[in-house]
Each structure stands twice: as C-alpha cells, then as structure tokens.
Write a protein that binds this ligand. Sequence first.
Ligand code: PGA
Length: 254
Amino acid sequence: MHLPKNIIAGNWKMNKNYSEGIALIKEIIANNTSETEEYEIIINVPFIHLKEAVDLSKEYKHIAIGAQDCHTESSGAFTGNISAEMIQSCGAKYVIIGHSERRMYHQEDATVLNKKIKQALKNQLKVIFCIGEPLEEREADKQNAYIQKQLEETILQLNKEELKNIIIAYEPIWAIGTGKTASSMQAQNMHAFIRTLFAEKYDTSTANSLSILYGGSCNPNNAKELFSQEDINGGLIGGASLKSDDFQAIIKSF
Ligand code: PGA
C-alpha cells in the first residue's frame, strides 16, 4: 500500500513584494537544506516569485514550488490571467485550486473549478484542492454533507489515475485567518470522513494513499497535535507561512 505523503504547504496569498518574497524563499531553503523523505515542503507563492523560487530550490527534492491559481482556459484574450501551462513552464509543480477566498471573491463554482483542475492536470501540475464549510454549516452540524457535495461536484469525478495528482486541503472557512483553529478532534473526524468518501468511490488503498492536509490558523502551537492525528497528513499554512521561524517550527512538528 502506498502511504500518503506528509506535506507542509505554505500559501502566501497576496503578500510579499518581489524582494521580500525572494528573501523569505531563501530563508526557508536555508533552514531546510538536509534531504528528507519524511515530508515535502511546498511553497505556493505569488506569480511574480514563481520562476526565481523554482530556480533557488531546484537542487532540493523535498522542496517544491506552486502557484495559487490558474485559469480555466489554455491561452487567449484573458487580460491579467495566467494559464496552467505558463505556471508549468516556470518549473512549478503545484497549483492551489478551490481556495475559499477564490470561491468567494471570484465566484468560482464547481464548473469553473473543474475546468481549472483539467488545465492543471493536462499541464502536469499537481493540484492542492481546498474544501471547507462556512460557520453556519458547522453550527447546524451539516459540515459533512457540505464537504461531500463539494467533493462530489469536483474531485470525486476524476479517475484513479488523475487522483494520484491531487492533494486535499480541508480548510473550514471559519478557521481561516481568524485564529480560531478546528480542534484536532474536529479536524480528524472530518479527515476520516473525507477518506471514507474516497474509499467508497474508489477503494481503500486509493483512499489511504491520499494526502489530506488541514488548513485554518495552523501555527507552531497547534501543529504538532493536528499532525499527529491519524488522517491528517500535514497542513496548508497561510499567515504562519509568512514568517520563516513560524513556518520552520510547523515543519519541525512532524
Ligand atoms: P491561515 O490560512 O493559516 O492564515 O488561516 C490558511 C489558508 O487559507 O490556506
């Protein structure tokens, strides 16, 4: 059986100008020069940092660079947008799709997300696919049905081969950037539920090899407990990935 890979992914969002971003990349790399097979570090940077981040991290197999979005189409008259092929041509290996901020501020629904997933996979990018329920759903105890629907409309339509290039990030919306983390029990229960959905749709070995990350106010104080849960294979880190000391402390939680 193929075990899920442990992953620490940073999501810088719209932070860091060019020189600040490059300085941060260099610090993260300097802190992680020794090869490890225990986990992979993925840094999802703004487009302006993509190529240089790839070049700086090239010799480290356990460090990969990703983008935070790609367009639904291959190319054309889409002023201001970036295609999956452009991202891939910089040497990036990953792209985040389905982040709640994209769903909310850019009205990205399942139709849009499926096109983006298709573009990413067509261009050999691995997808970090985000799902997560709003507070009302959690308070009404309807989070499982909500997450199931998000997955049924998108990732659960992929075939097994495509699924090998997918990482799931469970990010309850009420925990993103709020300082309010899901308890390790809430996160574990949801991750186990998500894995069950994959076992039912595909098979146990497929489900067991899927990396499922937790995201939402993950920090050096709570990372260890979250990552020690059976079905949590790492984290997608926003705010705490912007400070190399905090990010490093989270990496060291494995
Ligand atoms: P946060 O963001 O760690 O700042 O809560 C996580 C994310 O949105 O990916």
